[in-house]
Design a binder for this molecule. Structure first.
Ligand code: NAP
Length: 288
């Protein structure tokens, strides 16, 4: 990839960003398609966000991904928000169009694509989402209009309640909510078809933890874990062991990235190139 005076710059902003897989995934895709783009990562602390956005405007950075802890705060600094970002109240992708910065959220579409690729049908099913943070909000807004019944369980119950209220207000959908106690998980999972872990439980360095005890897993329950580091979490291992269908977080990471790529370039993303880049980066990391 030759950098020139015309190279378009895309970047990730957040804190931390050093371990992000997005530069590897997007640079592999730009290179594969011969696009004159480069993807970098900038560590931006919360208190520096306003200056960073001013700098992005001045430097005419073409596209951005936004990660923790900036996804919500950045919404107030942009010129326009796409419907996806408005609903969720958080932005993970920015496109510069002329002098305007437009915010999008591709996490929801990433989750839907990951489920579609795995052959999971949402119509007529009961889904249970664990978590009510940024990722859970995106997944809840994407799945709520499609499933028959949705339940949100979260450690901080007020956050689950406010997500349920927002879903009712924006989509007109009734979504039950509760805490993350063993009793609530048992009660809600016994007749569920799809379990989605959108908490960070099971993520490295706590990969020996699972949000759900194995006795609540069944062969006819599909288990989708958003955690992608490790790719096969303890929850997914235990689900596979009982014969359940599993969907890993790597596929969502791929599809949310692919959607951002399309927004910036207007091109069809080279999915297999991006998937391979992600997998080898993760494997290299876990062996290193
Ligand atoms: P977040 O906004 O910080 O939310 C974290 C969620 O996890 C909250 O619901 C929090 O509950 C819960 N949680 C954390 N530690 C917990 C614990 N010890 N016990 C019970 N609940 C706990 O983070 P996020 O952005 O939503 O990300 C959540 C996970 O999804 C992360 O692992 C992230 O890597 C993953 N993710 C994956 C993708 C993908 O493309 N695959 C995309 C986005 C995120 P409280 O509300 O009670 O604090």
């Amino acid at each position: 990839m030759e950098i020139s005076g015309k190279t378009k710059v895309c970047a990730l902003i957040g804190d931390p960003v050093e371990h992000s897989l997005s530069p590897t995934m997007h640079n592999a895709a730009f290179k594969h398609l011969g696009l004159d783009y480069v993807y970098l990562a900038f560590r931006v602390r919360k208190e520096e966000l306003r200056n960073a956005i001013d700098g992005i405007r001045a430097l005419k950075i073409h596209g951005l991904n936004v990660t923790k802890p900036l996804k919500v705060d950045v919404t107030a600094l942009l010129d326009d928000l796409d419907e996806s970002a408005l609903e969720i109240g958080a932005v993970n992708t920015i496109l510069r169009r002329g002098d305007k910065l437009i915010g999008y959220n591709t996490d929801g579409v990433g989750a839907l694509e990951a489920l579609r690729e795995a052959g999971v049908h949402l119509q007529g099913i009961k889904a249970v989402i664990l978590g009510a943070g940024g990722a859970a909000r995106a997944v809840a807004f994407a799945t709520a209009p499609k499933v028959k019944e949705l339940v949100i369980l979260n450690r901080t119950i007020t956050k689950a309640e406010s997500l349920s209220r927002d879903l009712k207000h924006r989509l007109g959908v009734d979504v039950r909510f509760g805490g993350l106690s063993e009793v609530e998980k048992e009660e809600e999972l016994k007749d569920a078809n799809l379990l989605i872990n959108a908490t960070s439980i099971g993520m490295k360095p706590n990969e020996d933890l699972s949000p759900v005890s194995p006795n609540l897993l069944r062969p006819d329950l599909t288990v989708f874990d958003l955690v992608y580091n490790p790719i096969e979490t303890r929850l997914l291992k235990e689900a596979r062991r009982v014969g359940a269908k599993v969907v890993d977080g790597l596929s969502m990471l791929l599809f949310q990235g692919a959607a951002s790529f399309s927004i910036w370039t207007g091109r069809e993303p080279p999915l297999e190139v991006m998937r391979k880049a992600l997998k080898s980066a993760l494997e290299e990391r876990s062996s290193g």
